[in-house]
Design a protein around this ligand. Structure first.
Ligand code: NA7
Length: 532
């Protein structure tokens, strides 16, 4: 006797929608969530300044026209607290709370071939069995703190942005050290600088940031937009990034340089990363084209930052713009004009140790009251490996993926029957509007489960051959772009010892959806189906 049809790991955007979708299809489902609230990455990353870099109108569920009409976003880009309010509204509206168990971490899951079910163990010591095991644990869940000698001896408090204290932190009058200048560091830094006595930004790699131009979403604009929301969603589904953007459709290198400067200036003024990088067709595939954009951005840094030496240090070099996640901020570069902010170059003078009163680099010592780490995540596979997942024959997922993650269509792994990964490695995931990709994956998995039941199939498993072919295709597409060139979390370069594999599908959301639909239409081609 199996307890449930589906166990879902996590109650972020994916888990919440998975619960709704499976329930609506008449399946019994339970989601386990480690946090004491829903929201996943948006629950944990509650640091000041946390904001999505995809616009509110896009970063929201499309499954319910009623929901999209009744919910009103206050700003162009949603701040973390507003996203949590939205998700709570969704959970309440669709009656999902009774099916989500908070404060409970999934610790392991084992496939039992005899009963064709998963035994899922949780941090409260319980075991529940389910026909299907669905990981909605997120791409950016397992955070990482650098292994700095002496960190234990630091006398002040230290924080990681992905585990921010729910009551906030008062930095007034404090000397604060910030390590990490990715999307998160760039968001949190100006907030700390506004209140701290002094902020030291320890920079290992300078990052490219475009302006957000965040602003309130005016009522008239919202009304006009909502009158064609359905058409807009349809365009988004077929688009490359899951957000309809208009590019010139031409390569930078074929355009008169003045026209290029004019268009980039226009898009810089309008704000937003996707329209900026999407202005021309060759920016992410040709180094020469990329250099034009990179130099445009470096010029903007130089004209914003007063001290030329600081500006040069902030100018990113050595990797193509966009090949590390493009950051967005309205005030990061200008922050360095404040007298209470210092930039410390830890690329040329690395951190040697942390001592009770601060941080020592190879060049100097910095007296600090608090330390903030915005040092990122073990992305894409971290949350999966944090669970002891064992598939057919008791093989751990960690072993199966020792040389790098492998998943057919990014949603199912060979050797792991009846297990699905929402926005898993090999799908567009972090290279798309995540909410759109989440909905596509959840709906595809729901339809698959419904189809299996209607045909009397007890099991489904990706074949090793289909998986290998898919991952080969994923890597071929990636290698035709500039993305694999940077040492980024996209390739696992931020985690010591992690295999360097590019595991996101870069051919675009529309073509990816078409491929998934074709696989389903062909009776789940590339999957082995088991009898009752
Ligand atoms: P990221 O983008 O991985 O950025 C982490 C930052 O921390 C980056 O500047 C790293 O420098 C720096 N870092 C990491 N480890 C160290 C050590 N040991 N010493 C010094 N500096 C270090 O994480 P975020 O949280 O900013 O963003 C993650 C995603 O969330 C983002 O892309 C959006 O999709 C949302 P490095 O570049 O490795 O030299």
């Amino acid at each position: 006797m199996v307890d449930l049809d589906v166990v879902v790991v996590g109650a972020g955007f994916s888990g919440i929608y998975a619960v709704h979708a499976f329930r609506s299809a008449g399946l019994t489902v339970k989601a386990f969530e480690a946090g004491d609230g829903i929201g996943g990455t948006w629950f944990w990353n509650s640091y000041p300044g946390a904001r999505c870099d995809v616009e509110s109108k896009d970063y929201s569920y499309a499954f319910s026209p009623e929901l999209e009409q009744e919910w009103s976003w206050s700003e162009r880009y949603p701040a973390q607290p507003e996203i949590l309010r939205y998700l709570s509204h969704v959970a309440g509206k669709f009656g999902l709370w009774p099916h989500i168990q908070l404060n409970t971490r999934v610790t392991g899951a084992s496939w039992d071939a005899a009963t064709a079910s998963w035994a899922v163990t949780t941090s409260d010591g319980a075991t529940v069995t389910a026909r299907y095991f669905v990981s909605a644990a997120g791409c950016l869940s397992e955070f990482q703190v650098p292994d700095l000698p002496g960190l234990d001896s630091f006398e002040g408090p230290w924080y990681h942005t992905a585990r921010w204290p729910k009551d906030g932190v008062d930095f007034a009058g404090k000397r604060v050290g910030l390590v990490g200048t990715g999307s998160t560091g760039i968001q949190v830094a100006p907030e700390i600088a506004a209140v701290a006595d002094h902020l030291y930004v320890f920079q290992r790699t300078a990052n490219f940031a475009v302006p957000n131009r965040n602003r309130p979403w005016e009522e008239a604009e919202e009304r006009a937009f909502k009158s064609r929301y359905r058409e807009y969603r349809a365009e988004a589904r077929e688009s490359f990034l899951g957000v309809p953007i208009t590019g010139t459709g031409r390569p930078v290198l074929s355009e008169p340089p003045d026209d290029v400067q004019r268009l980039f200036t226009e898009r810089w003024r309008a704000g937003g990363g996707m329209p900026f990088l999407g202005a021309y067709t060759d920016v992410l595939v040709s180094q020469e084209a990329n250099d034009v954009v990179a130099e445009f951005m470096r010029d903007r840094i130089r004209e914003t930052v007063d001290d030329p030496a600081v500006a040069e240090l902030l100018c990113p070099r050595g990797y193509p713009v966009g090949s590390k996640r493009l950051c967005q901020s309205d005030d990061y570069y200008a922050m360095f004009n404040r007298p209470n902010v210092s930039l410390v170059d830890i690329r040329s003078t690395p951190v040697e140790s942390v001592y009770p009163g601060g941080v020592k680099t190879s060049a100097d010592s910095y007296e600090l009251d608090s330390l903030v780490f915005a040092t990122g995540f073990d992305a894409l596979t971290g949350a999966l490996f944090a669970m002891d997942i064992r598939g057919a024959g008791g093989v751990p997922l960690r072993s199966a993926w020792a040389a790098g993650a492998q998943a057919y269509l990014g949603v199912a792994a060979a050797g792991f029957p009846n297990m699905f990964i929402i926005t898993g490695p090999g799908s567009p995931s972090v290279f798309s509007n995540m909410v759109l990709s989440i909905e596509q994956h959840v709906e595809w998995v729901r339809d698959c489960v419904v189809w299996l039941r209607s045909r009397g199939h007890a099991t489904i498993e990706a074949t090793a051959a289909a998986q290998a072919e898919w991952m080969e295709h994923v890597s071929e597409v990636a290698n035709s772009t500039l993305f694999p060139r940077a040492d980024s979390w996209y390739v696992g370069a931020n985690i010591p010892g992690k295999p360097r594999v590019f595991t996101s599908y870069l051919a675009g959301c529309g073509p990816y959806r078409a491929r998934c639909d074709a696989v389903a239409a062909a009776g789940y081609e590339g999957f082995a189906l088991g009898g009752p």
